[in-house]
Design a protein around this ligand. Structure first.
Ligand SMILES: Cc1ncc(COP(=O)(O)O)c(C=O)c1O
Length: 466
C-alpha cells in the first residue's frame, strides 16, 4: 500500500527523495536524519570512477560503490553481456543442474585460486559465502569423524556479513548485540592493527605479526582443538581501517591451522579481484588457505554474485554415497550474474587491471601519505588500491577520539562534508575513526591528486572544528 501524497510527482528530484523517505528502508541507516527533513542522497548514474546524483552533481567514487565496482561505472559491454545472457537463458538454478556460464566461471575461478582450491559453490554475496564456508566446515568434520569441531575463530573489529552465522564471526559488538543470541561458537582474537600494536611490538612488525598469529593458537588451545573448525580472516582486514598482514603472519596462521587440523578460510569478499593487485590477495602473500570466500568485485557490481571456493580435500567426502552439502540459494550462480562476471574478468585480463594496481599502488600511497602533515591524521595504511586513514586527536600520543567527539567528527561533519566536496567514501568508527578508500581500479595519478586535495581541505576544516 502506498501512502505517497498527491503533491509528490514523478521526475521531480525532491519528490523522489520524499518518496524514498516514505518507503525505502536503507541499510545500516539512521533514518532519524531523514525523518528530521534531511535530503536522501540519490545516485542516478555512473561513468568510470565518477557517480552523479539526482541534482546533476558529480562525485569521485572513492569506495567503488561498496568495494565493488573494480572496472568502473557505465561499461556498456558489461550491460550487453547481461542482455545477451538474459535472452538465451535468464535463469536456472544450480540445484542438481548446471548451466554453461556457471561452469565456465567455476573453472575460471579455480584457475585463479591457489593450490587445489578447485570446487566453486556460488552464492549471491559475501555474507552468504561466509555462511556457506562455516556450514561446509561443520559438515566436513561431521563426515570425517570429528563431529565436535564447530567453532570459528576470527579477529576483533572484522566484518564478515549479516546472516546470523556470519554475524557470529563478525567482531563488531554493536553490530551483533541487537540480534543476540547468535550462532554459538564465535571466538575472537586480536587483529593486525600495527599502529595500535602493544607497546613492546610497536617497532617490530614481524614480531607483532607472530604475536598476533600465536593468539590464534592460544585460542584453539583454550577452546580445545576438538571443538574448533575454522579460522576466518581477511588477508587485509577492512573494518578498523585496512590492516595488512605483517610479514610472516599468514604463514604462521597456516602452520597453526595445520597443527590443530583447523580450516583456514580467507574471506576475500573485498580483497579479491584486483583490490590488492591480484585475482586473490592471498596469492600475493603466497599462502594457500582451505577455502576462499569472495563476491563484490567478481562482477564489478553489474550483478550480485558471491562464491565459496573449497579445496579438493573438503569436497572429497561429498563424492561418496548419499552425502550432499545440504545447502543452497535460489539465486546462487545466476546465469546473468555469471555471464557478467566472465565479461568483467575479460576486461581485467585485456586491460591488465591487476598490473595497473601493482604498478600504481606506490604512487597512490605516497599521494595519500602527504596527508600525514595534518594534525588530525595519525596513520595511512593499506595495500593495492585499498587504504585506511586513521584520524587521531594527537599524532604524538596517538590518542583517539572519545565516543562523543567521534560522533561529532564523523557523523556530524566528515561524512557530509566529504560528499559535499565531491568525494564519496566512508568515514567509519567501527574501530578507531578512519576514512576508508577503495576506488575503482582504473584510476591514475590525476585521481589520486583529486582525492588527496578533497581530503586535505575537509580534514583541515575538521581539525579546526574540534
Ligand atoms: C570481509 C567481508 N565479508 C563479508 C561481507 C558481506 O558481504 P555481503 O554484504 O555481500 O553479504 C563483507 C561486506 O562488506 C565483507 O567486507
Amino acid at each position: 500500500m502506498t501512502t505517497t501524497p498527491q503533491y509528490v510527482t514523478e521526475g521531480n528530484a525532491d519528490a523522489l527523495a520524499e518518496r524514498a523517505r516514505r518507503h525505502l528502508w536503507m541499510h545500516f541507516t539512521r533514518h532519524s536524519v531523514y525523518e528530521g527533513g534531511g535530503h536522501v542522497p540519490i545516485i542516478t548514474r555512473g561513468e568510470g570512477p565518477y557517480i552523479f546524483d539526482d541534482q546533476g552533481r558529480r562525485y569521485f567514487d572513492g569506495l567503488a560503490g561498496l568495494f565493488v565496482v573494480q572496472v568502473g561505472h557505465g561499461r556498456a559491454e558489461l550491460a550487453e553481456a547481461m542482455a545477451r545472457q538474459a535472452q538465451e537463458l535468464e535463469f536456472f538454478p544450480l540445484w542438481s543442474y548446471a548451466h554453461p556460464k556457471a561452469i565456465e566461471l567455476a573453472e575460471r575461478l579455480a584457475s585463479y585460486a591457489p593450490g587445489d582450491l578447485n570446487r566453486v559453490f556460488f552464492t549471491t554475496g559475501g555474507g552468504e559465502a561466509v555462511e556457506s564456508a562455516w556450514k561446509l566446515a561443520k559438515q566436513y568434520f561431521k563426515l570425517t569423524g570429528k563431529p565436535t569441531k564447530h567453532k570459528v575463530i576470527s579477529r576483533s573489529v572484522a566484518y564478515h556479513g549479516t546472516p546470523q552465522g556470519a554475524l557470529s564471526i563478525t567482531g563488531i559488538p554493536p553490530a551483533k548485540i541487537p540480534f543476540e543470541p547468535l550462532v554459538p561458537g564465535g571466538v575472537k582474537v586480536p587483529n593486525t592493527n600495527f599502529y595500535r600494536a602493544p607497546e613492546e611490538y610497536r617497532y617490530d612488525e614481524k614480531a607483532f605479526g607472530l604475536w598476533a598469529a600465536d593468539r590464534i593458537a592460544e585460542a584453539i588451545e583454550f577452546e580445545g582443538a576438538d571443538s574448533v573448525a575454522a579460522v576466518f580472516l581477511e588477508p587485509v582486514q577492512n573494518s578498523g581501517g585496512c590492516f595488512p598482514p605483517p610479514p610472516g603472519y599468514l604463514e604462521r596462521v597456516r602452520e597453526i591451522c595445520d597443527a590443530y587440523d583447523v580450516l583456514f578460510v580467507a574471506d576475500e569478499t573485498i580483497t579479491a579481484f584486483g583490490r590488492i593487485g591480484d585475482m586473490f590477495a592471498i596469492n600475493r602473500f603466497g599462502v594457500t588457505p582451505d577455502i576462499i570466500t569472495c563476491a563484490k568485485g567478481m562482477t564489478s557490481g553489474y550483478a550480485p554474485l558471491g562464491a565459496m571456493i573449497a579445496s579438493e580435500r573438503l569436497f572429497e567426502p561429498f563424492k561418496h554415497g548419499t552425502n550432499a552439502f545440504l545447502h543452497g540459494y535460489t539465486w546462487g550462480g545466476h546465469p546473468v550474474a555469471a555471464a557478467v562476471a566472465m565479461a568483467n574478468l575479460d576486461i581485467f585480463e585485456r586491460e591488465g587491471i591487476n598490473d595497473h594496481v601493482k604498478e600504481n599502488e606506490g604512487a597512490f600511497r605516497r599521494t595519500l601519505e602527504k596527508l600525514l602533515d595534518l594534525p588530525i591524521v595519525g596513520d595511512v595504511r593499506g595495500a593495492g588500491f585499498f587504504y585506511g586513514i586513521e584520524l587521531v586527536k594527537d599524532t604524538e600520543t596517538r590518542e583517539t577520539f572519545n565516543e562523543e567527539e567521534s560522533e561529532r567528527l564523523l557523523r556530524g561533519f566528515l561524512s557530509k562534508a566529504l560528499f559535499d566536496n565531491g568525494l564519496y567514501c566512508r568515514a567509519d568508527d567501527r574501530g578507531d575513526p578512519v576514512i576508508q578508500l577503495a576506488p575503482p581500479l582504473i584510476i591514475d595519478q590525476s585521481h589520486f591528486n583529486e582525492v588527496e586535495q578533497i581530503l586535505r581541505q575537509v580534514l583541515t576544516e575538521a581539525s579546526n572544528i574540534l
